[in-house]
Design a protein around this ligand. Structure first.
Ligand code: NAP
Length: 281
């Protein structure tokens, strides 16, 4: 069975829209997300456009700061500092990756934890590791929402995550662990990858290599989540060889239309959460 992120995202967004309306009625303002982009990378430009569009769709305010590649690091830092101190701004997002030459870490460190709606800060990642409330990285958060829709009890399941980035693989593994899965994290130095993935009840691919996960790597009846977004001859392709793996999986996410739409939806959810927490402080 397919898990259509698009449908789950549409349902979640209509709930967020209602909550945004209630927030506005209660506090007299809209939740606000500020997005900063540097350079012309077409994929980043598309992501940012969709994030701004997503805000409008659920009735949130958005601020859009666009800089040409070459702008001084200090200018970006000053914008983040201003937004950090602006009470009407609830979430700050710097679209990654920044073009070469910028100190990404220094810029991200200027985002206060409570406005880190991407869930990338050491504090938010640490809270997740401790299974305490915090902002959860949007993509893995979206994957958990999609897993929920399968109705499968995750407790005790063997989960394998391929990829260990701080933004996807690691938080994904922590979320699955917090849901009582037995989790294995694989990466480029993993030996006998196929032997490990073949035991997975839940297999998450977050690698960035087109059709990397082939049918012989997948257990019959596994739930397969494809986080990958790769462009091949102008077409979007996931990390999973969908055509063949689909025949073995009990549930699988397509690319496009799978994890992608959920990522932006969870960004909107995180922004609303940040706004509500701030308003209630
Ligand atoms: P990343 O930072 O490049 O991490 C890729 C991970 O894959 C690394 O941990 C790497 O291992 C591992 N890897 C690479 N080659 C491997 C191999 N041959 N065998 C096993 N593991 C291997 O990428 P990311 O930011 O996590 O993103 C992963 C993918 O998800 C990309 O396609 C990205 O575009 C996509 N993505 C999608 C969404 C969405 O909304 N759908 C959001 C974010 C990212 P090492 O650590 O050893 O190098």
């Amino acid at each position: 069975m397919l898990i259509y992120g698009k449908e789950v995202a549409a349902d979640t967004r209509s709930k967020i829209k209602e909550d945004v309306k209630a927030f506005e009625e209660k506090y007299g303002r809209k939740p606000c997300l500020a997005v900063i982009i540097v350079g012309e990378d077409p994929a980043s430009q598309t992501y940012v456009r969709n994030k701004i569009k997503g805000c409008a769709e659920v009735g949130m305010r958005s601020l859009h700061y666009e800089y040409a590649d070459g702008v001084a690091q200090s200018e970006i830092e000053n914008t983040v500092k201003t937004l950090a101190g602006d009470d009407s701004v609830d979430g700050i997002l710097v679209q990654l990756p920044l073009p070469a030459g910028y100190d990404e870490k220094r810029i991200l460190e200027l985002i206060p934890d409570e406005k880190d709606v991407d869930g990338f800060s050491p504090t938010n990642l640490g809270l997740l590791a401790m299974n305490r409330p915090g902002t959860i990285s949007c993509t893995p958060f979206g994957v958990m929402k999609m897993l929920e829709t399968t109705g499968v009890d995750l407790s005790g399941k063997n989960a394998v995550v391929i990829g260990r980035s701080n933004t996807v693989g690691k938080p994904m593994a922590m979320l699955l662990l917090n849901s009582d899965c037995t989790v294995t994290v694989c990466h480029s130095k993993t030996k006998d990858l196929k032997e490990i993935t073949s035991r997975a009840d839940i297999l998450v691919a977050a690698i960035g290599r087109p059709k990397f996960v082939t049918a012989d790597m997948v257990k019959d009846g596994a739930i397969v989540i494809d986080v990958g977004i790769n462009r091949v001859d102008g077409k979007l392709v996931g990390d999973v060889d969908f055509e063949n793996v689909e025949k073995k999986a009990s549930f699988i996410t397509p690319v496009p239309g799978g994890v992608g739409p959920m990522t932006i939806t969870m960004l909107l959810a995180n922004t609303l959460r940040a706004a509500t927490a701030k308003a209630e402080r």
